[in-house]
Design a protein around this ligand. Structure first.
Ligand code: PEP
Length: 246
C-alpha cells in the first residue's frame, strides 16, 4: 500500500509572516495520520519553517548534484539535510524552462538527494504543444527514463505535472490523467522492476485545488498531489489534505 503524499510547492512566494499558515496545515496533517503532508518553501524560510512546525516535513524546491564546491548561488542536498529538510523537488518544469535543466542534471540531483537521506520528488510533464501533437506520453516517458534514478520505496516520488496545467486553472480529463499515470507506472516497472516500481508514489500536479482534488485522487495510480498556488494558505490547502484522507 502506498501512502498518499500531498506536497505544497510555495515556489518564490512566502515570507516570515506567511509561516503562520503552517500552523493550520500542520494541524490538518496531524488529523490525517494516513496521509504524508509536506511543504516546500523558499530556501530562506526552511529553518524557520522546520522550527515552527516540527511535526510537518519541510522540503526544498531544488538542490545541486555536488556535495559542495564552486557553484555560486547553489545549495547541496547535505546542506538541506542540515537545515532540517526531509524532501526536495527536482526537475520542476519551471527550472527545466528557466534554468535549462536537462534530464541528466535532474537525475544527478535526485541521486544526490537520495544519497543524502532526502526524499526526491522528480517532476515530469508535457507542454500544451506536445499534447496537441499527440506526443504527451512519449515526452513524459522520455523525461522519466532520463531523470529517474534507480531507487524505490519512500525515497523516490514522481510528479506528473502537465506544464499547461500549472497555475492555469486547467486540468487534463480524468481519462488522460489515468492513462498518463498508468504509462508512468508501466515505465517504472520496466526501469526498476515490478517490486520496486510498486512502491514509488506518482503525484499529480497542476491546478489541483479543493474542488478537483477528490476526483484526481480517485484516479488509479494517483498517489497524491504536488500543489502550487493552493498550498500557500491553510484555507486552500487543508481541504486537499482532507480529500486525500477521505
Ligand atoms: C506546481 O508548479 O508544482 C504546481 C502544481 O502549481 P499549481 O498547483 O499552482 O498549478
Amino acid at each position: 500500500m502506498r501512502r498518499r503524499l500531498i506536497a505544497g510547492n510555495w515556489k518564490m512566494n512566502g515570507s516570515r509572516e506567511a509561516l503562520a499558515e503552517l500552523d493550520g496545515i500542520a494541524a490538518a496533517a496531524g488529523a490525517a495520520p494516513d496521509v504524508d503532508v509536506a511543504i516546500c518553501p523558499p530556501f530562506t524560510l526552511i529553518e524557520r519553517a522546520a522550527a515552527r512546525v516540527p511535526s510537518l516535513p519541510i522540503g526544498a524546491q531544488d538542490c545541486h548534484a555536488a556535495p559542495n564546491g564552486a557553484h555560486t548561488g547553489c545549495v547541496s542536498a547535505g546542506m538541506l539535510v542540515e537545515a532540517g529538510e526531509k524532501l526536495v523537488i527536482v526537475g520542476h518544469s519551471e527550472r527545466r524552462a528557466d534554468q535549462g535543466e536537462t534530464d541528466a542534471q535532474v537525475k544527478a540531483k535526485a541521486e544526490a538527494a537520495i544519497a543524502a537521506g532526502l526524499i526526491a520528488i522528480v517532476c515530469v510533464g508535457e507542454t500544451e504543444a506536445q499534447r496537441d501533437a499527440g506526443e504527451a506520453e512519449t515526452v513524459v516517458c522520455t523525461q522519466l527514463r532520463g531523470s529517474v534514478p534507480v531507487a524505490g520505496g519512500d525515497v523516490l516520488v514522481v510528479a506528473y505535472e502537465p506544464v499547461w496545467a500549472i497555475g492555469t486553472g486547467r486540468i487534463p480529463s480524468m481519462t488522460d490523467v489515468s492513462a498518463m499515470h498508468a504509462a508512468i507506472r508501466a515505465d517504472l516497472v520496466d526501469m526498476l522492476g515490478a517490486e520496486r516500481a510498486e512502491t514509488v508514489r506518482i503525484l499529480y500536479g497542476g491546478s489541483m485545488n479543493a474542488g478537483n482534488a477528490a476526483d484526481l485522487l480517485a484516479v488509479p495510480n494517483v498517489d497524491g498531489g504536488l500543489v502550487g498556488g493552493a498550498s500557500l494558505t491553510a484555507a486552500a490547502f487543508v481541504p486537499i489534505i482532507e480529500a486525500a484522507a477521505g
